[in-house]
Design a protein. Structure first.
Length: 254
């Protein structure tokens, strides 16, 4: 009983302080190896996913604790470019403005390298200045393995990614030359992201079987990420934020 009371106090404190239930940063790969058509399909795919009725219902399901969204594109360790600064999604007008930004966005020249580790650090720092939310999630889209510095698995091993969750959307075509485009190649890339990229409790990999499938895969992933329970529900805590980790430590030491 004492443990549950401690959990209740912590969850209540989180709810009192939080301005939103999820801070979600979308990180979109735009390396030079991404063809122009694929670049457009990716931007349009995010816009399409945000227009999906089920996604919008999930986004606005808890109007008192909305979702905060930020979007950036990345390639090498030296290239990250903000598309959308932190925006609280309070209604359809906010989403429509974001969709317009994505549909009108123009590409800048980007290096060929795929700097997944640097993108993760950039996302960590971006989430560090997000609104106070129940959960912090970085959502990385990519079609290839890291070939730049720093090495993602070292960041994970050294605890440099903080308390955020890192999910991935793996695009199963247009691989780097070291990967093939067969189902086995897709499985290899997915296994790489599972073993070396995703991070945190309940982190997962979603697969798009090509950029033409990107919008559908992004929709699936957003619906999964938005399935957030209120932190006051003690039957099944939904967040692994700093506060929930504190509660787990309290239980372990009791």
């Amino acid at each position: 009983m004492r443990i549950w009371l401690a959990l209740a106090v912590i969850f209540a404190a989180v709810q009192a302080q939080a301005n939103c239930r999820l801070a979600l940063a979308l990180a979109l790969e735009v390396s030079g190896s991404v063809a122009e058509k694929s670049y457009v399909l990716q931007m349009n795919g995010v816009a399409t996913a945000l227009a999906d009725p089920d996604v919008q219902n999930a986004l606005f399901a808890m109007p008192d604790v909305p979702v905060a969204l930020a979007i950036y594109e990345w390639s090498s360790s030296a290239y990250q470019r903000m598309i959308l600064e932190w925006t609280m999604l309070n209604g359809p007008a906010d989403l429509e403005a974001i969709r317009t930004t994505l549909l009108e966005w123009r590409r800048n020249p980007a290096p060929e390298a795929t700097g997944l580790g640097a993108s993760m650090l950039y996302g960590r720092d971006l989430l560090a200045r997000s609104p106070e939310c129940w959960q912090n999630t970085l959502d990385i889209s990519a079609d290839g393995k890291n070939n730049d510095w720093p090495v993602p698995e070292r960041l994970r091993r050294e605890g440099r990614l903080g308390t955020m969750t890192v999910n991935a959307l793996v695009i199963g075509e247009d691989f780097l030359s070291t990967l093939d485009q067969t189902p086995d190649g897709i499985a290899e890339l997915s296994a790489y992201f599972t073993a070396r990229i995703i991070y945190g409790p309940n982190a997962f990999v979603e697969i798009a079987t090509g950029y033409e499938d990107y919008a559908t895969a992004m929709t699936r992933k957003l619906l999964r990420e938005l399935a957030t329970l209120p932190l006051g529900s003690l039957d099944e805590p939904a967040s692994e934020s700093r506060n929930v980790r504190l509660a787990r430590q309290s239980r372990a030491s009791d």
